[in-house]
Design a protein around this ligand. Structure first.
Ligand code: CAA
Length: 443
């Protein structure tokens, strides 16, 4: 470890009262990720996104939810060279297809992607922005139960309505009756509240938090699949509200704590991965050395609307503790991480919940450069939710694939200098109410 990381990191003691109630998820078999694929993540400010200022506006449409999901599934099959007939089961992460696209029942939608999938058991799973992570653990559970080759995919199309109307759809991931009224932009306001308390408690500044944003855009600028691949971000722009970067909340107590640049994107996109047991790899004729092993996962949920301390992601912290216990890993073993940076402050809270930094020291870790691509613990190497984009149902699946791609040296201009051996993902739903964390190892 570099000296600065040694000073900041350490295993944390969980503060979540549910600690003792966990039932460990022990893997019964070795489980591998064979590979997968992503669609580009697109939305406003992406050159291919069709909106009123695009030259093709009126003549060309953005891909629909079905087209996005199908494209991810078809590309995953093609890129891994796996025949669709070998897929025994599938899980599809999607949060709000009914609201954004008038479309539910996405298991049955997914099998339209390839004739050979017809008749196979495909199911949609939903846990807000953790839906993709839940699809992946659905696949892992199925493999542990005896299936040998299973697909996990996720997709979301969110640009069918304005950002304000979409914020109302996303607010279904909060406790609607108790939390919706905080602001039209419910989730941005909930995380502005976390930023307010975090800044006040630890003396953190907006500029400290802006380091997360600048890193996210710098990484996305090297990533051809990223929503914000052509948008640059300076520390000056990310540090303060301006005409270009408005503080857009109406809630008077929270408005000053969040700007557009702090937010994840309203993106469309899909991701799909193929997971297999050792027997599955044999059936597919794939050597384990071409795969990434899933070492373990933890999944925790906490009651909607009941956050004890806005400066802590205690549900994620509990999941991380379980994962470390079950895998024997420590935070200092992690070479790369994909974390749920739905807002810039969330990434700092994630560093702390995952044990990369002590409480209140997340900003110091970001400032030190340790989480940049060439740092000691690179985080969100492709741009994260802030700049790679956040098609919510796809995000958890994308995180896994990003770790796989870094491990296999497939990240092109944003490839880490040394391919990582151990990686971690943290996918979060709601205001830290559902979390899926997973540990992966290059074989
Ligand atoms: N000055 C003042 N206000 C301005 C302004 C300016 N110059 N420009 C815009 N605004 C205000 C306006 O009020 C505008 O709303 P209306 O047009 O409806 O009046 C509002 O800001 C938004 O402006 P835009 O529609 O132009 O915003 P945009 O399309 O550029 O989107 C964004 C920016 C609102 C930040 C959008 O990217 C966003 O909503 N991001 C967050 C997405 C999100 O919340 N995802 C979920 C994360 S939570 C999670 O992951 C967990 C879970 O389970 C949900």
């Amino acid at each position: 470890c570099a000296p600065h990381r040694k000073a900041i990191t350490g295993l944390l003691t969980p503060r979540n009262s549910a600690t003792q109630r966990r039932r460990p998820m022990k893997f019964r078999r070795k489980i591998y990720m064979v590979g997968g694929a992503l669609t580009p993540f697109i939305g406003k400010m992406h050159p291919d996104f069709i909106w009123k200022k695009h030259p093709d506006f009126g003549t060309r449409e953005n891909p629909t939810l079905e087209e996005t999901l199908s494209a991810a599934i078809q590309k995953a099959l093609a890129d891994t060279n796996v025949d669709a007939d070998a897929i025994e089961k599938g899980f599809i992460g999607n949060f709000a297809g009914e609201l954004f696209s008038n479309q539910g029942h996405l298991g049955a939608m997914a099998v339209r992607a390839d004739e050979k999938l017809n008749g196979k058991p495909f199911t949609r799973v939903e846990g807000a922005c953790a839906s993709g992570g839940l699809a992946a653990i659905g696949a892992i559970d199925a493999l542990n139960a005896g299936y040998d080759v299973v697909m996990a995919a996720g997709a979301e199309v969110q640009t069918t309505v304005s950002a304000r109307e979409g914020a109302g759809f996303l607010a279904r991931a909060s406790h609607w009756e108790e939390e919706r009224e905080i602001d039209d932009f419910t989730f941005p306001a909930m995380f502005a509240r976390r930023a307010k308390f975090y800044k006040e408690k630890f003396g953190v500044t907006d500029e400290d938090i802006a380091h997360v944003t600048v890193k996210a855009y710098a990484n996305a600028n090297k990533n051809p699949l990223a929503h914000m691949r052509e948008v640059t971000m300076t520390l000056e722009n990310a540090s303060a509200a301006s005409d270009r970067n408005p503080a857009f909340l109406r809630n008077p107590e929270l408005k000053e704590h969040l700007k557009v640049s702090d937010c994840s994107q309203v993106s469309n996109g899909g991701a799909a991965v193929i997971l297999a047991s050792e027997d599955g790899l044999k059936k597919l004729g794939i050597d384990p050395s071409d795969c990434v092993e899933i070492l373990g996962y933890a999944h925790t949920t906490s009651p909607l609307g009941r956050v004890n301390d806005y400066t802590v992601l205690d549900n994620t912290e509990l999941a991380a503790k379980q994962l470390y216990e079950e895998t024997g890993l420590r935070p200092s073993d992690i070479d790369v991480a994909e974390v749920h940076d739905c807002f810039a402050v969330t990434e700092l809270l994630m560093y702390e919940a995952l044990g990369f930094a002590e409480p209140g020291k997340g900003a110091e870790l970001a400032r030190s450069g340790a989480t940049a691509i060439d740092g000691d613990i690179p985080v969100n190497t492709g741009g994260g939710l802030i700049a790679y984009g956040h098609p919510v149902g796809a995000t958890g699946v994308k995180q896994l694939l990003e770790i796989y791609r870094q491990m296999k040296g497939q990240c092109g201009d944003y490839q880490m200098p040394n391919a990582p051996t151990v990686g971690l993902t943290a996918n979060m739903g709601g205001d830290d109410r559902t979390t899926v964390v997973m540990a992966l190892k290059n074989v």
